[in-house]
Design a protein around this ligand. Sequence first.
Ligand SMILES: [Zn+2]
Ligand SMILES: [Zn+2]
Length: 177
Amino acid sequence: MRAAVYHGARDLRLEDVPDAPAPAPGEARIQVRRCGVCGTDAHEYAHGPALVPLHAEHPGSKHSGPTILGHEFTGVVEAVGDSAGRFAVGDRVVAGAGSWCGTCSRCRAGRTNLCETYFTFGLQTHGGLAEFVTVPERMCHRVPTSSTTPRRCWPSRWRSRSTRSTGAGRSRATRSS
Ligand SMILES: [Zn+2]
Ligand SMILES: [Zn+2]
């Protein structure tokens, strides 16, 4: 599949890479329709690596090396690891991109954003600036049928941040397939 791979500061390459892995139970493979590019990505491109584990394995994701960016993406479920899961092939979803374990003390206290092994798809492991990305189903939300794809690239609290910083949040939605 085609993907935008981060190799270091000012070194982002459009490459042919192995397909996103087949989803395990509890995961879904998403065919990406839109992927945002936010200030974090811009900082990583201009001044990184700050968050991408280019040279050492990330303790949460276990990933290291060149990384497909993109942590604000929406698309269509292309495959599921478990037919009894939350989603079915063809469902439109938006992904939260942050992964948590669900079992550490912070997760059990409901503070999953402070999970001991928290990591973000598109920063600490491969993300959505690609044709496909495989993620946990629990980080995904269904997109209402009444909503158009570009308007649901990411929940509004993050979109408004992009809008303020650029004056045109919608222009930051990047077509990736
Ligand atoms: Zn962001
Ligand atoms: Zn946890």
